[in-house]
Each structure stands twice: as C-alpha cells, then as structure tokens.
Design a protein around this ligand. Structure first.
Ligand code: TYD
Length: 132
C-alpha cells in the first residue's frame, strides 16, 4: 500500500462542522498511539525519517504544513495539509518530513504502534539502499 490522501467524513452544520475517524472505516490500521506537534517556530522542519514497521496518518487539525515524501532517488512529492478532514496515510519505509508550518498549526499523528526508537531510520543514507 502506498502513501495517499484519505478524506474523512465531514458533517457540515451551520453550528460548526464535525469530522470523525473510526478504526477500520477510515484508518487502515488499529490506532495504538496518538501524538501531535504544536508551537512549531516558523521555518522549522520536523520528522525527517522513515519507520521500519509502523504506519501513520498525519492530519493538520488546525493551520497548515507540508508533508514532503522523499524517494530513495531524492525526488520529492509535497502535500499541503490545510484541512482537518484530510489526512495523509504513510506506510512503513517511506521517508517523510514536515515543513512550512503556519502559525498555530496543530499536526495530529495517528500511529499503528507504540513509540520505539528501534523502529526509526533517521539516516537517509541508510534508508536509501534499504528501499531501492
Ligand atoms: P521524533 O519522532 O524523533 O520527532 P522528529 O523526527 O520531528 O524530531 O520525536 C522527537 C522526540 O520525542 C524523540 O526524542 C522521541 C520523543 N518521542 C516520544 O518519546 N514518544 C513519541 O510518541 C514520539 C512521537 C516522540
């Protein structure tokens, strides 16, 4: 399964919109962990790494940022996340980072696994051969 944008249900309402996420209906894995980024200073970059096993979905719950996927050959694809009813699904062995954070952006990550440093590949030079 490749990385892709997932659109979540949006219940439009004059009183305010509502979006929900339900395991297996909208998320192709069991959610084991949730974390979020906030107070990211302008110009900062986060998350330059790939995971070996875990899957995740990243959502800009508030504000906006770019999720950038880098292929082993160095080519990049950029997803501008700016709606709380869109997420990007990222499978294992995909190199991603986040940049271009707006003021007060709030990035929600849904993950298929508990935090484990052993699951990270943090060196692009190590990632490259293991994925090409
Ligand atoms: P990390 O995932 O490395 O973020 P980035 O790639 O943007 O630097 O996380 C930063 C630090 O936070 C790292 O030292 C590990 C810690 N951390 C946890 O303890 N639990 C978690 O669930 C996450 C996501 C990070």
């Amino acid at each position: 399964m490749d990385y892709r944008i997932i659109e979540f249900p949006k219940i439009a309402d004059p009183r305010g919109n509502l979006t929900f996420i339900q395991n297996s209906d909208q998320v192709p894995f069991e959610i084991k962990r949730v974390f979020w980024t906030y107070d990211v200073p302008g110009g900062e970059t986060r998350g330059g790494h790939s995971y070996k096993y875990q899957e995740e979905i990243i959502i800009a719950l508030s504000g906006s940022f770019d999720v950038v996927i880098t292929q082993p050959d160095g080519s990049q694809e950029k997803f501008h996340m700016n709606r709380s009813y869109y997420g990007i699904y990222i499978p294992p062995m995909v190199w991603r980072h986040m940049e271009n954070f707006s003021t007060n952006s709030f990035g929600l990550h849904l993950s298929s696994a508990a935090y484990a440093e052993e699951d990270y590949i943090r060196d692009f030079e190590v990632f490259k051969p293991s994925n090409s």
